[in-house]
Every structure is written in C-alpha cells, then in structure tokens.
Design a protein around this ligand. Structure first.
Ligand SMILES: [Zn+2]
Length: 267
C-alpha cells in the first residue's frame, strides 16, 4: 500500500504543514498601524498554513485565485487603504536609498506597479525600468540588468519557485537582486500582522524557506535586516552589500488584535 501523503505539502520543501491560524479575510495590515478596521465588513476567514520543516507559511485558498479574482477582490479601488504608502511615500524613500547604491548601473524594478520607483530613480540619473506582470499587460524586458529589485512583491505571489526563476533570469553576470519581505519566525504563535489576505499577502518566508527558495533558483543571499535581502549568483557580488545600511520598509505596527478581529490594543 502506498504511504499516505501529508494533508498539506509545503510548496517550498515538500514538508508537511499544519494550520497556523485562521484569519478574517478583510483584516488588513494598515489596521495594525491605525488601531482600527479599515474594512469593517466580515467576508469570512482564510487558513494560514505553516510548514514544520522550513517555516514557510501560506494561504492556500488565495494561492488558487486567478488574476481576475485578485483584481476584483484585492487590487481594487480600495487597495490604498490596506497599504497607504505604496503609491508615493515608499517609492520616495526607496529611491533616495537606492540612488547612491546604483549609480552607473541598469536597474529593473520588478513588480513596481505603475512604475513610480523607476521614474524617481531616472530623476536621479539611474537607468531604471519597471515591469509588473501582476499590474498590467506590459511585456517582460528582453534584456538583463545590473540590479533587479522586488520590494514588497514576494509575499503577494503564490508560485515562489517560478517567481525566483523569473527574477534570476533577469540578472546579468555579477548582478544583484534586492528583495524585501518581512521574515517570519519558524513557528508562528497566534496572529501575524503581516499575514493579511486583504493586502494580497499570501506567502510568508522564514529565513530557512527563503534560503531554500533562493538556492533552488541558483542564488546565494544575505539579509541586511529581517525584511531586506540581497541575492546573487556569485557570492562575490554580495560583498559590497555587507556594509550597506538597510532601509526600514514596513515599520513596526503599534497595535495587535485577535479573533474575532474587532478590537485592537496597543502592542
Ligand atoms: Zn517547507
């Protein structure tokens, strides 16, 4: 008789996963900063699973959604309420941080939405382009880059191995890939503020699962902080980044909550 397969297999390592917690799907990350619900309507709950082996966590229900449903229910006209900094404040901060680090290099901002970060970097004299396969029908560049960035992108994507293979394919020899995503501990205990379906956050890496995913894509990496990571095919390409001062991207929310997801108390 064939061995029984685990009920949930981790998409990163194949290890067996357990239910970490169940969360109301209209809770959003901004709620934890504002101390109240931005979307008061209860739309039902989603499961967050967690791999016991590598610590990767994910929302299987949303991994199965197609692009049309994501656009209707997540990336709609109210999306800015979930992440009020994504249109202007974050691109401004990132451009000021990146510009001196990428002088004289070509840069692709992958998953850059309408392209604001690349536009700001061009204002600093950087040869920057933007490509977002999730935002519009723009076509993937047919050339490679000295630097590829993907800020707050990874946690929005279900197929992690396919994503990192695509990112790696855009790197010139000796190039670096900068990604930001907030790493989770190996084991979640209760709620995790970054895990909000309403934000489109559906995939959550531990340091171990990110390392495994990058290794599978043929990339070495270092973490500059718990949310900022630099990867490259060649270890030597990482050396200059070891002394870079990381920028804070997400910040630390001032509130926490728990089922039934109505009350927020100071963290
Ligand atoms: Zn795993």
């Amino acid at each position: 008789m064939a061995p029984e397969l685990p009920r949930w297999a981790c998409p990163i390592c194949g290890g067996s996963a357990h239910l970490a917690f169940v969360k109301e799907a209209n809770v959003c990350c901004a709620d934890y900063f504002e101390g109240c619900r931005q979307f008061p309507t209860d739309v039902g709950a989603v499961d967050v699973l967690e791999c016991a082996a590598c610590g990767f966590a994910w929302m299987p229900a949303l991994h199965a959604w197609d692009g049309a449903r994501l656009h209707t229910e997540i990336y709609n006209g109210d999306y800015t309420l979930c992440d009020p900094h994504f249109l202007e404040i974050r691109p401004q901060k990132l451009a000021a941080w990146l510009a001196p680090l990428c002088a004289g290099r070509s840069l692709l901002d992958y998953g850059g939405g309408a392209g604001r970060l690349a536009e700001l970097l061009r204002g600093f004299g950087v040869a920057a382009e933007s490509y977002d396969p999730f935002f519009d029908a723009s076509t993937q560049p047919d050339h490679t880059f000295d630097l590829v960035t993907a800020f707050e992108v990874i946690e929005h994507v279900g197929a992690q191995n396919r994503l990192f293979a695509a990112l790696a394919a855009l790197l010139k020899p000796g190039a670096s890939l900068i990604v930001s995503t907030l790493l989770k501990p190996m084991r979640l205990e209760g709620d995790h503020w970054y895990s909000c379906a309403r934000n489109g956050h559906i995939s959550f890496h531990s340091a171990a699962s990110l390392a495994q995913t990058l290794t599978q894509a043929g990339l070495a990496f270092i973490s500059l902080s718990d949310e900022l990571h630099v990867a490259a095919r060649e270890h030597t390409a990482l050396t200059p980044w070891k002394t870079a001062t990381p920028i804070q991207i997400s910040g630390q929310p001032g509130f926490q909550t728990a089922p039934p997801w109505r009350d927020f108390i100071p963290a």
